[in-house]
Design a protein around this ligand. Structure first.
Ligand code: 15L
Length: 272
């Protein structure tokens, strides 16, 4: 039975996966900076600061696979992103190598490619177009993952997660929604599929308005059950409450693109 470490256990995704993973991976070690508020006596938790390499090495001891959801999950000040996502992600891969971990699933994000316009369909191999310091840290994480796969033989899967939750929150999220059960499937592929060396997959359910070509995930056996269009009415009603914004509404990364934007909104960037 593999021992799986999940970082970010107290965050939004981690909290939900704590319910969904134990039937599949009963030997689950949880970690975060602070313990989850409702930790049960059946759960196994060890505190660790990702910026502290020795602490990360300690939680990787005896682990077969890692689900790395830890770190800063939105745009933030450079120092916070630097510590948690740049140093933290490097430490995670380095500790995994030192401790002989076989697989890492890295929670990348759609914000690694957020500056692609919504009318373009992109695959996993496009040039990075991060929309924020947070997005830059996800590009960095994917690069570190590739290095550790190619140089050290770690099996690495980077999931460019769209928007994780029980339903799509607005029109943008109809294109990028990820149902929790579908994320579990992607984690299983990353942890167990025999063909994994280094993969970038999109973390999205079956969304008719998808901006992403996720055929590689399907080749690896992904069969999402979430259908964004089943929630269209709710999403469009929520959309009607939002204030239009020429930058955020044009690009895939939405509001992350609009944050601190002082370019020329009338002269948009388009891929050649
Ligand atoms: C993300 O990467 C964030 O972690 C999440 O909070 C959402 O903002 C999501 O992207 C999104 O793009 O909706």
């Amino acid at each position: 039975m593999p021992r799986i470490l999940m970082t970010g256990a107290s965050g939004g995704i981690g909290t939900r996966l704590r319910q969904l993973l134990p039937p599949i991976y009963p030997d689950l070690l949880l970690s975060d900076l602070t313990p989850p508020a409702n930790l049960s006596s059946k759960e196994n938790f060890r505190q660790a600061d990702l910026a502290d390499l020795a602490a990360v090495e300690a939680i990787c001891e005896g682990v077969d696979g890692i689900l790395h959801f830890g770190g800063f999950s939105v745009e933030g000040p450079w120092d916070a992103i630097l510590q948690a996502n740049i140093i933290g992600t490097y430490n995670l891969f380095e500790a995994a190598r030192k401790k002989g971990v076989k697989r890492v699933v890295f929670a990348s994000s759609n914000h690694a490619v957020g500056f692609y316009p919504r009318h373009t369909k992109i695959g996993p191999d496009v040039t990075a177009r991060p929309d924020s310091r947070y997005g830059v840290s996800k590009v960095f994480g994917e690069a570190v993952g590739a290095l550790y796969a190619d140089k050290h033989g770690l099996g690495v899967t980077c999931l460019r997660i769209g928007n994780f939750g029980d339903e799509p929150l607005d029109q943008r999220r109809l294109s990028i929604w990820l149902k929790p059960e579908d994320l579990v499937q992607l984690c299983e592929i990353g942890l167990e599929h025999p063909d994994i060396h280094f993969e970038v997959l999109y973390g999205a359910s079956y969304n008719e308005r998808a901006w992403w070509d996720n055929s590689r995930a399907y080749q690896l056996g992904y069969r999402p059950v979430g259908k964004a269009e089943d929630h269209r009415e709710h999403a469009m009603a929520e959309q009607a409450r939002l204030k239009p914004d020429p930058v955020s509404d044009f690009y895939q990364g939405g509001a992350f693109c609009g944050i601190e934007f002082d370019g020329d909104a009338g002269r948009v960037w388009e891929p050649k």
